[in-house]
Design a binder for this molecule. Structure first.
Ligand code: HEM
Length: 412
């Protein structure tokens, strides 16, 4: 846990973050409706701007790519441990469960972080990606066949891409990777949805997660399998029961919603951008559509929170101690300093969708996410060739994600 460092003194020529420009409220529907117009405006104000993550929760949003990289690679001055800060959150704060301290890699710093990260990476690295691809394809086909065979769906001639397909598909795949039963998965699904919507259910969310995942871990302790949970339990770092629960919460939290949104947003891009569906050569470059989303409109739009233990000057802007610094992957990836807007994203290793620096999304986790999103999209387009979006699609408010509220499509 960070100690109270002596406050650093602002340089004479630096300005406090709150004086850079008007504070933008990231939690509003207005922001969700058109974030990229607001990111463009923000980048004109400087590399960092003042924002509000929830009512009464001020933060700094990093909107310039090069500044973001420097911060992400500087865990000494920008550690990810929120403990000293989180007591300042207003009671009932809707983003608490997304940002509060947990015994996991995301919210730890230094040797604590290394320990949790090692356990996660070693457990994920055993995943057989070839087998997983087959499982994703089979699961996607089974799910679509069962949807198409349902009388109510045939009558309505409509399904919701997110609720009926992308989310249950991703959940089933993650449940299998983690060795969880459908029942445990359903509880976790409920809790995760509330966590990502940043609604006021924090207590209930944490209770449901502890109960269901605690039971799952006990079952795996007595009967281990070839799954990520069993590997975490057996890992030489010796995670205790609470730490084990928190690793699973992180794997579900980090794995489900961003992957669902990557798949849904890719399908939206394919259906709404003439470069994709209207191609006359019959070849649909789904991998390119996924990559374009990761770059131009990443599903985790603003995240990677850190908390400077002392005031710090960056780009002549003074950031106060113990106030969140949030990276806007969505803005940074569109920063003209790195993205000339040509759309040639085939070699897009520079993108920040999966972050950079010590907390970067583990390589195998990235591969799992891309595999689910790509194969899930491909099966959907292949098996429902006449599907088309219905009505105007709207975006779910929330400071962190880029998520459609719903995604109805007609089938014929
Ligand atoms: C499209 C899907 C995904 C996106 C956009 C994404 C993005 C990210 C980002 C931005 C971070 C850094 C967060 C921070 O520093 O606060 C991260 C970390 C992490 N991700 Fe992913 N992720 C995705 C899928 C997954 C999946 C499928 C898993 C595992 C099943 C996973 C596991 C993790 C873990 C364990 C970390 C913590 C690493 C650390 O703190 O050292 N992610 N991810």
């Amino acid at each position: 846990m960070p100690t109270n460092s002596p406050p650093a003194v602002p340089d004479a020529d630096s300005i406090p973050i709150e004086n850079v420009c008007e504070r933008t409220l990231l939690h509003t529907q207005r922001f969700a409706d058109d974030p990229h117009r607001i990111y463009r405006w923000m980048r004109k104000q400087g590399s960092m701007v003042p924002v509000e993550l929830a009512p009464g929760v001020p933060a700094t949003l990093v909107v310039g790519y090069n500044t973001a990289l420097r911060i992400l690679r500087d865990p000494e001055r920008f550690p990810a441990d929120p403990r000293r800060w989180q007591d300042a959150m207003p009671p009932g704060c809707p983003i608490r469960s997304m940002v509060e301290w947990r015994a996991n890699a995301l919210r730890s710093a230094g040797t604590e972080h290394e320990r949790f990260r090692r356990a996660n990476i070693d457990s994920l690295d055993h995943i057989d990606l070839h087998l997983l691809r087959r499982q994703v394809i089979d699961e996607a086909e089974t799910r679509l066949e069962s949807l198409l065979g349902r009388r109510d769906i045939q009558d309505a001639n409509q399904i919701d891409v997110i609720a009926d397909y992308a989310r249950p598909l991703t959940f089933t795949v993650l449940n299998r990777l983690l060795g969880c039963t459908e029942e445990v998965g359903n509880d976790v699904a409920w809790a995760m949805a509330r966590m990502f919507e940043s609604t006021e259910h924090t207590e209930q969310v944490n209770t449901v997660l502890s109960r269901s995942l605690g039971g799952h871990i006990a079952a795996k302790q007595s009967t281990p399998g070839k799954d990520v949970t069993s590997r975490l339990i057996a890992h030489p770092t010796g995670l205790d029961p609470v730490e084990l629960i928190q690793q699973l919460v992180t794997l579900y939290g980090a794995g489900i919603e961003p992957t669902v949104n990557l798949m849904a947003n890719t399908l939206r891009l394919i259906y709404t951008d003439p470069r994709f569906l209207a191609r006359h050569d019959g070849f649909l470059p789904i991998g390119e559509a996924v990559t374009e989303n990761e770059i131009a409109d990443p599903p985790m739009a603003n995240y990677c929170l850190s908390y400077p233990p002392a005031g710090v000057t960056v780009d002549r802007i003074w950031l106060p101690a113990h106030q969140p610094v949030v990276i806007s992957m969505a803005s940074c990836n569109n920063d003209p300093a790195v993205n000339k807007g040509g759309g040639d994203y085939l070699h897009a290793g520079w993108g920040l969708a999966y972050s950079a620096g010590p907390h970067k999304c583990p390589t195998t986790a990235q591969a799992v996410a891309r595999l689910i999103a790509t194969e899930g999209t491909a099966r959907f387009v292949d098996m429902l060739p006449d599907a088309r979006p219905q009505g105007r699609l709207t975006w779910r408010p929330g400071p962190f994600h880029r998520a459609l509220s719903a995604f109805p499509v007609s089938l014929r």
